[in-house]
Design a protein around this ligand. Sequence first.
Ligand code: HEC
Length: 416
Amino acid sequence: MLSLLQFCILFLPHSGHAETIFEDFETGTFTNWQVSGDAFGNAPAQGNVGRQTGVRGYAGKGSANSFHADDNGQGKMVSRAFKITTKYISFLIGGGAHQGKTCMDLVVGGDSVRTAVGRKSNTFHQQLWDVAEFKDKEAHLEIIDSFSGGWGFIMVDHIVFSDDKKVEVPEAQPPAGKERPLFVSGIQVPEGFKIEVFADENQVTNPTAICLDENGSLYAAETHRFRIQGGADNRENVFWLIEACEQRKEAQVAEALKTYRAKEENLISAFLVSLSGGDRKTGELVFEKHGAAQCMQCHKVLGKGGDAGPELSGVGQKSREYLLRSLVEPAAELSPGFSTINLRLKDESVQTGLFLGEDDTHVFLHIGKEKEQISKENIEERSTPTSAMPSMAGILSKREMRDLIEFLSSLKAKQK
Ligand code: HEC
């Protein structure tokens, strides 16, 4: 038979130590709250929000998190009203430590009677308010983010009304696959095929090349050149890709290359890939030693070389685009004094010389050692000035062109 004492021990502890979960943010909605501003989003957060990393110590899956517009976002969550019936309110809190600005307040009779802030941390910590003195009073909670500087956010979870100081908190359940997204589910494959994750590497975020070797190993390469201070961002430079394609024997690759080539409308655009990057030393060798190009036959650099063309010691002051045009379509960029012109005069004689320029009435040229000016009235017919410089388009490869332009760009001697 149970004694009265035994009866009390068995049943009384429960009635005396109530514990109610007021909010655990597990329903996927903010039903208990009036939400304003852009900071808290439209629904409870699941782990990290946006750029956040390392949020931990929340309970279950959901929590309130005001990082939706980074530190900048501001907003407020006002809970439904409740009557205080227990001795304590326990909760988890994290984020900024700005008093009155990144905080949760207990409001009784219009006054904020308790307030709590984060500890400048992405880890939630548990906190306890003794609210015995407000027993039977009407109250509500306010979660506030009115700060936009560093640590300008607040996180709250698992709010429990309890008579016991000790409140158990369930473990965090980070969202599966959210921190390291696997995009496989979005990829459509033809019937009969399936798609599986073969390797998962979230460090490579911007791959520039990917290939499988004969053993089935996968290689992914990325370049961080664009992050280097002062380094040129050459990711748009498809040079390496074209060269690699040229080495391949597969029909599909050849076809793709053909399509790409068809888009190269003119010589200049075909060589656009040679505009960035390149190796100065190799370019210097092309300039001095290339058997077919023979640059030094006609050009001087710092005192060495021929003089059929202009001296190039300061040519690096010109843009790479200008240099490319000079090399590929020499006639389009004529340097005065180095292009030849033929003039047939009304008396049927022909004058050939270096074209120096013209004005309204005269054409100026260099014939032999003499400077001549010929009246336009006497000219029957004239050729367009042509460059003595051969186009290098058929002579140099894109790689040689690229190295050469890099070398020419480095020639910055002051022009006299
Ligand atoms: C047969 C002689 C000859 C050869 C070989 C030659 N050039 Fe020229 N080059 C000229 C002449 C003449 C001009 C001036 C007329 C013109 O602008 O087309 C010129 C112009 C240039 C210009 C423009 C200079 C300026 O200030 O506008 C550059 C740059 C240049 N050459 C680079 C080279 C390079 C690099 C090579 C070797 C790959 C080379 N040339 C080979 C004769 C030659």
